[in-house]
Design a protein around this ligand. Structure first.
Ligand SMILES: C[S@@+](CC[C@H](N)C(=O)[O-])C[C@H]1O[C@@H](n2cnc3c(N)ncnc32)[C@H](O)[C@@H]1O
Length: 266
């Protein structure tokens, strides 16, 4: 009888993340071990709890940790950041790891996800992260920050209606988008204006360092914080209000202005 042996390459095994590429140390610096621990958690309970697809494990770094991590380059020192629809902590938790100077709030409506997020924050020992359960709309009038981030949560128009009322004056919504970023920005411009945006532009990050650069849409508000639009309030109150903390856990008229489109390297 003939016998043969199959040689296994550990990096191909399901449940094991890919290895961090060299650019990871530029983004995470001496926090790289924490980022690696987060990648392990994503590949383990992130997959078993259904927060991330099993097919994502071999590309956790390129598609997720680095795609989100490069955004730290456009964040000022010691700012407060609200990440809406955080899911598996993308991009909020990644940014909190890369930048311990940030004060990060993760907003996520699904209990299963907030429970996982809180246990991950505890396991990583991150003192700069708060996890809140609820939709963005549930925090209107309760939460404001200079920066709001969101990835893969909603189209730009709807996302702006939800998120601009969470911004302080002169604040910025940073929406991580894929290849459709520029088109969405053009198509949703009227909705952005109605939501109170004073400008919008495309920023491309990691062009020289990432296999797929991050396409970020930056939407800004003016010197007066915006109120939710009437239609957003109507639509939001027809859904269930679910504002909760986890175990730790006067506005004026919208401004109208020109929405600027601009591509820039980063
Ligand atoms: C496709 S997942 C993306 C998760 C994560 N941002 C990522 O990039 O992997 C969308 C997330 O948005 C959340 N979500 C949906 N509607 C929301 C709302 N109105 N406010 C806040 N989060 C919302 C969902 O519960 C879900 O976790």
């Amino acid at each position: 009888m003939r016998t043969f042996h199959v040689k296994h390459d550990d990096s191909e095994q399901p449940g094991l993340p890919d290895r961090p590429p060299p650019v990871a140390s530029e983004i995470f610096g001496n926090r790289l071990p924490i980022a690696e621990q987060f990648a392990q958690i994503l590949a383990d309970t992130g997959v078993s709890h259904g927060l991330i697809g099993p097919r994502e494990t071999p590309r956790l770094w390129d598609r997720h940790l680095l795609n989100c991590g490069v955004v730290e380059a456009v964040l000022p020192h010691r700012t407060r950041l609200v990440d809406v629809g955080s899911g598996a902590g993308l991009p909020g938790l990644v940014l909190a790891i890369a930048r311990p100077d940030l004060d990060v709030v993760l907003v996520e409506p699904m209990l299963r996800r907030t429970t996982w997020l809180q246990s991950t924050v505890d396991e990583l020992g991150l003192g700069n992260v708060q996890v809140l359960r609820g939709r963005a709309q549930d925090f209107w009038g309760k939460l404001r920050a200079p920066v709001v981030t969101a990835r893969a949560v909603a189209r730009l128009g709807e996302l702006s209606a939800w998120c601009l009322p969470l911004l302080e004056a002169e604040g910025r919504l940073l929406a991580l988008k894929g290849a459709t970023a520029e088109r969405e920005l053009a198509e949703d411009e009227p909705e952005l204006r109605r939501a109170g945006a004073t400008s919008g532009r495309l920023i491309v990050l990691g062009e020289d360092s990432l296999p797929e650069p991050t396409r970020l849409v930056e939407v800004t508000v003016g010197s007066v914080p915006v109120k939710p639009t009437e239609s957003a309030v109507r639509r939001s109150s027809s859904g269930p209000g679910r504002t909760r903390g986890t175990k730790k856990g006067a506005q004026s008229s919208p401004r109208r202005g020109s929405t600027e489109r601009q591509a820039s390297g980063g």
